[in-house]
Design a binder for this molecule. Sequence first.
Ligand code: CP
Ligand code: NVA
Length: 294
Amino acid sequence: MILRHFLHIYDFNSETLRHLLAQALELKKTPIQPLLAGKSLGLIFEKPSTRTRVSFEIGMGQLGGNVISLQNSEIGLNSREPVKDISRVLSRYVDAVMIRAYHHSDILEFAAYATVPVINGLSDLHHPCQGLADALTILERKGTLQGIKLCYLGDGNNVCRSLLEIGTRLGMNIVVCCPQGYEPDMTGVSGTISHAPAHAVKDADVIYTDVWTSMGQEDEFAKRMRDFEGFMVNEALVAKAKPDAIVMHCLPAHRDQEITDGVMESPQSVVFDQAENRMHAQKSLLLHVMGVSL
Ligand code: CP
Ligand code: NVA
């Protein structure tokens, strides 16, 4: 049996991604539907989380299912027990697993041994659940994704890579504006790289940023603070985009590093819609990976 793992946006074609977004909009209108009654979801966290944990737990509950959340201090990925053993054990208890891990290779190994669908809840290289929810937010706000110009300012990180993948699948025009040396992997995605923020945001429909120092990179904090100078999303930069541009951030945000407090709190900011949409998008995803239709 082919399992519907969601480890990368590119695991799904455009048609499936569009279906997931349309289904998420339907679920948002009618949140409580016991379509996954009797099903169980396991969540594994090797790194901290607020949105991912709560949106999966509450979303699964709204669908009538059960959740068990496991911290790495309890299960010890590769310290207490090999990933391949944890994967096969959990597969005997639950109907799907979401895993957040430092190393993408651990998520790939987990999925290779799992006998239930596996969802990537963030790794060092990808954050597909975030990309899916962000596409939902842009679709709601702009009515389309085709031809939308999204300017991503900051580190070419996990969130950036998943945005590039969903943007490529769904026809967005993505410009990544980062300091030299912080470019994302552009293999197989369309999009352009810039090093000039004022130029890159011109005519943007969406301005997106994320932390400059991701979880696991804390040792590089001081260097990154220096290297990213000039890449903060501030009022002057937002004013250069389209007047109706929206500002996005996956959260958690560091005010007055990658984004000013003023921009975060401005009417153009949709950051809390993004956070909410994590839940709607993931409920749609859970139905899909478990083979249940609305
Ligand atoms: N955006 C996001 O994934 O948030 P958490 O790290 O709080 O889950
Ligand atoms: N790029 C960030 C995203 C957090 C949701 C990180 O990996 O820490």
